[in-house]
Design a protein around this ligand. Structure first.
Ligand code: ASP
Length: 632
């Protein structure tokens, strides 16, 4: 890979697009938010929602673009206009026409982009009156997420949601432009009614009219995009909807969107450059430009220094192996661990931890370690006098403490969290504690992760297989079963498959995985061997793909970017639900329409399906008939 990391490519930004015409095809002359002093004297017609009214004199009208102040006419001849504007409830929709005038001196509002002007209203029409709302449409009014989701169409009126969804649309537009217009990709839709595929995430099942036969909703268009390569469509992309029935997770949705890409005759470097260019080109102009190429780290290094395959590289606090310091220790639990063949001692340094971490923080850190990792963590404080303060302080020899200070670059008031155990486990624990401590420090006002910083990282050289969680004696694909092995490790496939590295790469942004892909296997024999012999999958389910590989499949590879997560990070939204127009709740419900919902038995008949209610759970059935969602 060598030189690509040293060369810097010039920042390539797309030309600024012409601003769109927001008032074409409709009777409005302008949007509320676009008016400025340059429009003084113009006769305008505006459509919008009533944001608020002051003393029956002023009315503030809102559309997606912003707010504008209207002056309600007070003279007798305009009584009907005054009546409309004074009586219409907040959030009613109106059309107004009038003249753009300056606000009287001293009455300008510098906080409003339209604050130098106002509209002297001449005519008004109430287009639709608004009933009492479940919540106010003001970004600063706090409301629960359940209420927002139940009335999503109202929540979408907020400036924040408008910003998020419009920015998403603009970025996708730029991505299309980059892929199709600049690099010859073809936008192809693939089916969402498909069949169950081996491995990977749980799929949603869709009944069919054939007895006992079901479709599945695809977890991703993986097989189709590979088949498109066999079909000679050698640069494919799609804004693809994917479905995974994985239950509730805070940063996941049962349906989500990927920017899905596949190319023929490409290698890992080619895909990486393509994605770097794509992000650079589509990056919003109001953020710092993306700097390419992105740094790269092997999976092994990520695990050893950050305890995870998706390191947040915006801050340090890296994991340090301090096993050698403690080879001759008196501390019992370190001794025990180090006497084992794979035993290690590791630590992270929390800068000025003594100043910021309270006793109860340290206790909760130790509890996380014990509850989730079944591991012990020792906090060690380096006090001003260079004395240790720790349950094991008296057992740390002078030589060891000097060595620790050197290795970990310790300063006074720092705290180290030390653990001992098998490499992977110790790293995972410290990786988790690193993030917990970062949250704690930030809650106390320390700035560790600059909110304006976007820290991209490629993670490469993953293992091809991992031991199955539920049965560590068996293997499962680290990415998916179509991922090609690293060319230098092919022979190991037949001897020590667990040691094979793959041509899988992940893209990480600020500690979140925002994309992943691989160079694929294009040799049918190798694919069959991996599926049948190593993964013990039923190859009949994939016979179409195996056959296709035999008919002159080109070498190919690809990647998918998680669009929801990417936009969530770009906008700084607290949840991916804030960048999806109609998301499911945390538990997978649509709180607005109450999906999923029951279906009468006669409508299930054509599908040969009968619901068998869990025995003696009539109560459960009636709760499903009258859903009461835990979130609402
Ligand atoms: N289909 C893969 C996924 O959804 C991405 C890829 O390998 O291109 O994770």
């Amino acid at each position: 890979m060598g030189s690509r990391w040293t060369q810097t490519r010039p920042v390539r930004r797309p030309p600024r697009p012409p601003s769109p015409e927001f008032s074409s095809f409709v009777a409005r002359t302008n949007t509320c938010g676009e008016l400025r002093s340059s429009h003084l004297g113009q006769e305008v017609t505006l459509f919008g929602w009533i944001q608020y009214r002051r003393q029956n004199t002023f009315l503030v009208l809102r559309d997606f673009h912003g707010l504008i102040q209207l002056v309600i006419p007070q003279d007798e001849s305009a009584a009907s206009v005054k009546k409309i504007l004074c009586e219409a409830p907040v959030e009613s929709v109106v059309r107004v026409s009038g003249t753009v005038i300056s606000r009287p001196p001293g009455q300008e509002n510098p906080k409003m982009p339209t604050g130098e002007i106002e509209i002297k209203v001449k005519t008004a029409e109430l287009l639709n009156s608004c009933k009492k709302l479940p919540f106010e449409i003001k970004d600063f009014v706090k409301k629960t997420e359940a209420l927002r989701l139940q009335y999503r169409y109202l929540d979408l009126r907020s400036f924040q949601m408008q910003y998020n969804l419009r920015l998403r649309s603009q970025m996708v537009m730029k991505m299309r432009e980059y892929l199709c217009n600049l690099h010859g990709f073809v936008d192809i839709e693939t089916p969402t009614l498909f069949k169950k595929t081996p491995g990977g995430a749980k799929e949603f099942v869709v009944p069919s009219r054939e007895p006992g036969k079901f479709y599945s909703l695809p977890q991703s268009p993986q097989q189709f995009k590979q088949l498109l390569m066999v079909g000679g469509l050698d640069r494919y992309f799609q804004v693809a909807r994917c479905y995974r029935d994985e239950g509730s997770r805070p940063d996941r949705q049962p349906e989500f969107t990927q920017i899905d890409i596949e190319m023929s005759f490409v290698d890992q470097t080619g895909i990486q450059s393509l994605i770097e260019g794509l992000l650079q080109y589509s990056w919003p102009r109001d953020k710092d430009p993306v700097v390419v190429p992105f740094p790269s780290m092997t999976f092994a290094e990520a695990l050893a220094t950050y305890g995870t395959d998706k390191p947040d590289t915006r801050f340090g606090m890296k994991i340090v192996d301090i096993s050698d310091v403690f080879r001759n220790t008196e501390v019992r639990f370190l001794q025990d661990v180090l006497s084992k063949p794979k035993g290690t001692v590791k630590a992270i340094r929390i800068p000025e931890g003594a100043k910021y971490l309270k006793r109860k923080d340290i206790e909760s850190i130790r509890k996380v370690a014990a509850d989730h990792f079944n591991q012990e963590v020792l906090p060690v404080f380096l006090k001003a006098s260079r004395h240790w303060n720790s349950p094991v302080a008296e057992f740390i020899l002078e030589k060891q403490s000097l060595e620790l200070i050197r290795l970990m670059e310790l300063q006074e008031e720092d705290v180290i969290l030390l653990t001992a155990g098998e490499h992977r486990k110790a790293c995972s624990l410290l990786g988790k504690l690193r993030l917990e401590c970062a949250d704690l420090l930030e809650a106390r006002g320390v700035v560790l992760r600059d909110p304006a910083l976007f820290s991209f990282l490629w993670v490469v050289d993953f293992p091809l297989f991992l031991p199955k969680e539920e049965n560590p004696g068996e293997l499962e694909s680290a990415h998916h079963p179509f991922t090609a092995p690293h060319p230098s490790d092919i022979q190991l496939l037949y001897t020590e498959p667990e040691k094979v590295r793959s041509q899988h790469y992940d893209l990480v942004l600020n500690g979140s995985e925002i994309g992943g892909g691989s160079i694929r296997i294009h040799d049918a024999e190798l694919q069959r061997y991996i599926l049948a012999t190593l993964l013990k999958e039923d190859v009949k389910l994939l016979s179409h793909l195996l056959q296709a590989l035999d008919y002159g499949a080109p070498p190919h590879g690809g990647i998918a970017l998680g669009l929801d997560r990417l936009i969530c990070l770009v906008t700084g939204a607290p949840s991916i639900r804030d960048v999806i127009a109609f998301p499911k709740s945390f538990r997978g419900y649509d709180l607005m329409s109450n999906a999923p919902d029951s279906i009468p038995p006669e409508e299930l008949k054509p599908y040969h399906i009968r619901v068998s209610w869990p025995a003696d759970s009539e109560a459960e059935k009636s709760s499903l008939d009258h859903p009461h969602h835990p979130e609402s």
